[in-house]
Ligand binder design. Structure first.
Ligand code: NAD
Length: 483
């Protein structure tokens, strides 16, 4: 019989408990007959401390480009500034836009208040406030830009629905805050409605993230797949993993069109390192997702069922050990050996997994992105100025005569609150004010040179501009919040 094809995979053993849980995970995969060709790379603390601010060498990028599959143990980010997050760098460099975190309860074998919980969080992984675009504008004000793009929303929302369809899940919920962020979260919501309409068999719902989070923490059984922008997903996937049993149990997949990275959701737990104590389950369950992704669903099913049987048999590491429920307290190595010894067995009480219909890589296929062809016209500008001492009346008086080219000073706002005209005297203000100049007739458009002229005049009048935001109409519809 010809040998089954092996798949090249890049492996990093990481820091802290990383090497131990990776060794345990690889031993289980090997025991299950995984067909892997492993390329090892070094990442993390040692690389950072050698002066590489990204924590990863060029040769490691070459390996990832070759294999396109990365099994990564947690790393330690050294204390102090100047170190870039390796996770954020890898996600962005390889366009790993979807973060998938199944959060499942294993009651009664692992303590949880939510025995029926079986939720998959699909988190957008590249956009939102994670773009790292931050500035100190004035003495008083720091700014972080939240960027949400239509192609970004389309990719993640379609991935969530495709995932639900592929894994036989019944409902996809969207968490957003579009009662406040009407444009950014509003776009995510709109795309959810548009793409959701293509998946008639799947139930759809959306929650405002605050009350949705409360409901998730209280009644997680009410949810199935939840898709959300980056920041909400980052926070709520940890909450979901913890209430399911433990963050130490959850694995995660970071999926892009070309590459994918698989990991545990927890960190390198340095205090537990080198003592054969750590639970390898989070990384192992990440590796199970990897096996499915690379088309080795047969092995994934075998090792995952053996793991479930081990949990059910009460063979537990210290973090999930509970007197009266657990039968045997084991170390990292012994836990892995117990799983290997059960390969071929299925759990009797926990639900066995069935990956026979699970799709491998094609989950990322989707229609080509079509940019809308609306007419984009500049109709005004918000000029952010540093105005530390004067009143808003004084600022308005200085600016009003400067507006030309059909523009009119429409309003001043401070931290998003209108302070002129008709401001409230009680409103607290800081040293950065947004000055809105808008077409006085509300029709037509202005050339970009009008903005340049305005800025010149403002500078001559002694008003310092910090930045500008163009006000654009799209087919006559305002592409900016109406203050
Ligand atoms: P952590 O997740 O490493 O550990 C928190 C605590 O959880 C530990 O002290 C331990 O008691 C427990 N724990 C975590 N994983 C466990 C496991 N597998 N088995 C048993 N117990 C486990 O979080 P932290 O202490 O905040 O961070 C430590 C380091 O990890 C930091 O340098 C941080 O930057 C890094 N980190 C890395 C990643 C990653 O590489 N993906 C993620 C988060 C944190």
């Amino acid at each position: 019989m010809p040998m089954a094809k092996t798949t090249p995979v890049t492996v990093a053993r990481g820091d802290g408990i990383g090497p131990e849980i990776m060794e345990a995970t690889l031993s289980i995969l090997k025991g299950g007959g995984a067909r892997l060709e492993i390329e090892e790379i070094e990442i993390g603390e040692k690389v950072y401390l050698r002066g590489n601010s990204a924590g990863i060498e060029d040769s490691a990028w070459d390996s990832l480009r070759r294999t396109k599959v990365f099994l990564k143990a947690p790393i330690t980010t050294p204390q102090g500034g100047g170190y870039k997050s390796l996770n954020v760098t890898t996600r962005k460099a390889f366009g790993l836009y979807a973060n998938i975190r199944p959060c499942i309860a294993y009651a009664p074998y692992i303590r949880t208040k939510h025995p029926g919980m079986d939720v998959v969080i699909v988190r957008e992984n590249e956009e939102d406030t994670y773009s790292g675009i931050e500035h100190r504008q004035t003495h008083d004000v720091m700014q972080c830009l939240k960027l949400i793009s239509r192609p970004g929303c389309e990719k993640i929302v379609r991935y969530a629905f495709e995932y639900a369809r592929a894994y036989g899940r019944k409902k996809v919920t969207c968490f957003i805050k579009d009662n406040i962020m009407k444009m950014t979260d509003g776009l995510f919501h709109q795309v959810f409605d548009e793409i959701g309409a293509e998946y008639g068999e799947i139930e759809k719902e959306h929650w405002i993230v605050d009350i949705g989070a409360a409901k998730l923490a209280d009644t997680p059984e009410a949810f199935d797949v939840i898709v959300m922008p980056n920041l909400y997903g980052d926070i709520l996937s940890d909450v979901a993993a913890q209430i399911a049993g433990s963050v130490g149990l959850a694995g995660s997949a970071n999926i892009g069109d070309g590459c994918a990275m698989f990991e545990a959701i927890h960190g390198s737990a340095p205090r537990r390192a080198g003592q054969n104590l750590a639970n390898p389950s989070g990384l192992f369950l990440g590796a199970v997702q990897m096996l499915v992704h690379i088309g080795q669903a047969d092995v994934a099913e075998k090792v995952h069922n053996a793991w479930l049987k081990t949990i059910e048999d009460g063979v537990h590491t210290y973090d999930i050990f509970k007197e009266g429920v657990s039968k045997e307290k084991v170390g990292t190595k012994e836990f892995a050996a117990a799983v290997v010894a059960r390969i071929g067995q299925k759990p009797k009480h926990l639900k066995p997994v069935d990956y026979s219909k699970a799709p491998s890589r094609p989950l990322t296929t989707r229609p080509a992105y079509k940019r809308d062809s609306s007419k984009r016209e500049l109709v005004g500008v918000d000029v952010f100025v540093c105005w530390p001492t004067g009143t808003m009346e004084e600022l308005a008086k200085k600016l009003q005569p400067l507006a030309g080219d059909g523009l009119k000073l429409e309003s001043l706002s401070n931290r998003g609150m209108k302070v002129w005209p008709d401001g409230h005297k009680e409103t607290f203000t800081v040293d950065s004010t947004a000055c809105r100049f808008h077409l006085s007739e509300g029709k037509g458009s202005i050339p970009h040179t009008a903005v340049v002229k305005l800025l010149e005049k403002m500078t001559q009048a002694g008003v310092e501009f910090v930045k500008t935001e163009g006000l654009y109409n799209f087919d006559g519809k305002a592409g900016f919040a109406k203050g």
